[in-house]
Design a protein around this ligand. Structure first.
Ligand SMILES: *Cc1c(COP(=O)(O)O)cnc(C)c1O
Length: 434
């Protein structure tokens, strides 16, 4: 079996999807079309259990809130819910999806910068965990509290503080400041606390601190957790119920990435270490919430695309597949994903070539992979792209072609988790005017 990453080929016996040979993929093609995703359900369970164990073994009062936006395939969300994950949502759409899959509203964590007064009323009525992100939400919460004086209204605050290290921003894209949450440094947190505390029945029960950092480092989590603990002790000690450190941890990377990343145990050691130290003499330790997205789902999706033709343009080889860069890396970053070529004919093309894998759209930049060095894939071969579970199907634009199906694989049993889209769903006549 061959696999390629960043232009190199390695033989790795630990390839997870070894069992998907040309015959079995062809069978799946008959039912699901010539390109589709595969959800590895076993791997998903494994991820959940590994993260949960790493943290819970060090800090018992712990929950996982799965970040829906990373991949809100209902089948996947439901599976995680069954395992015990709470739903972490950042819009009413995601909130309603969580309800639709049968999630207990008390197990929904409602975050995000945009919430209407109706969203907030709904979440509070349902007793969901609500973290407000901006000052405008305070008024909505107070109005709810005023209308329901006999009800205790628990509320969490997403806070914004400096997490730079030695003067360098740790944030993605190098932004100096995060735009999310309520600023601690300029007095806004104090203002929010004062305003909310004016109502007898509002209790500020939690602090939330999610930051998207470049390197997902332990150092960043140390700063985030420490700040949250200190702020909680200083400001809401009597009502504190939870510390939510957000998401942003690395998951397990597939083998060919030779990159050092912290393990789940490393993150747990860092975060739980601080929690245990800060709350060592507390009888009832606050709940610790982690909101993993990438770490839970990146490595549980494959994308399989059929080779339509390999063509030569002057000196360069282009392998056209029934897929698009939008299916595998919607952000169009330049790195090649770990991948595998499943050949129909094992002694087809001889000798290695350098080639690009390109998609069906009309964009010049529709490259699923660049400058791969391997035997040239031929018509009717399949390319398997690995590690495509995070920010793919949720970002996949309805551009030129219907979105592909998603097949759930559980111990080599296959079921459709999403059917291939058709014209009828693509141009839904409940919303389009014909
Ligand atoms: C996106 C997001 C997450 C998940 O982040 P990952 O980097 O995918 O782990 C968690 N919490 C919040 C509030 C988010 O916006």
């Amino acid at each position: 079996m061959e696999r390629s990453i960043a232009g190199t080929v390695t033989n790795s016996p630990e390839f997870e999807h070894e069992l998907l040979d040309h015959d079995s993929i062809q069978q799946l093609e008959d039912e699901h079309g010539s390109s589709f995703y595969v959800l590895n359900v076993k791997k998903l369970r494994e991820n959940y259990q590994k993260i949960d164990k790493a943290f819970r073994s060090r800090y018992a009062n712990f929950i996982i809130g799965y970040s829906y936006k990373t991949n809100y395939l209902p089948y996947l969300c439901k599976e995680l819910s069954k395992l015990g994950a709470y739903a972490e949502v950042v819009s009413r759409l995601e909130y309603d999806l969580a309800l639709k899959i049968g999630e207990d509203p008390k197990r929904i964590i409602f975050n995000g910068p945009l919430k209407t007064i109706d969203d907030i009323n709904y979440a509070l009525t349902n007793k969901s965990i609500l973290n407000i992100d901006s000052l405008y939400e305070i008024d909505f919460v107070k109005r709810f509290a005023a209308r329901n004086p006999e009800v205790e209204v628990p509320i969490g605050l997403r806070v914004n503080f400096d997490i730079s290290q030695n003067g360098f921003s740790a944030l993605q894209e190098g932004y100096k400041y995060s735009r999310f949450g309520i600023c601690v440094n300029n007095g806004n947190l104090e203002y929010a606390l004062t305003e909310l505390n004016k109502m007898e029945n509002i209790r500020i029960v939690g602090l939330h601190g999610h930051f998207s950092t470049k390197d997902r480092s332990l150092e960043s989590f140390k700063i985030i957790t420490q700040n949250l603990c200190t702020l909680a002790k200083e400001n809401i000690m009597n009502s504190l119920e939870y510390i939510d450190v957000g998401g942003g941890i690395y998951g397990e990377l597939p083998k060919p990435y030779d990159m050092f990343v912290p393990t789940f145990d490393d993150y747990a050691e860092t975060i739980c270490g601080i929690m245990n130290k800060e709350f060592s003499d507390y009888h009832k330790k606050p709940l610790l919430i982690l909101e993993p997205g990438v770490a839970m789902v990146a490595n549980v999706f494959l994308f399989i695309a059929k080779v339509i033709e390999s063509k030569k343009i002057r000196d360069d080889y282009f392998v056209l597949v029934d897929g698009s860069v939008h299916n595998v890396k919607p952000t169009m970053h330049k790195n090649n994903l770990p991948m595998k070529i499943v050949r129909r004919n094992h002694d087809g093309s001889k000798g290695k070539k350098v080639f690009n894998i390109v998609g069906y759209t009309c964009m010049e930049k529709d490259y699923l992979a660049s400058e791969i060095k391997d035997r040239l894939p031929m018509k009717d071969d399949y390319i398997i792209f690995e590690n495509v579970g995070a920010y793919t199907i949720v970002f996949n634009p309805p551009f030129i072609k219907e979105r592909p199906g998603i097949v759930a694989m559980d111990n080599m049993e296959f079921t459709a988790a999403r059917k291939k889209e058709t014209l009828r769903q693509f141009f839904n006549d409940e919303i389009y005017v014909f």
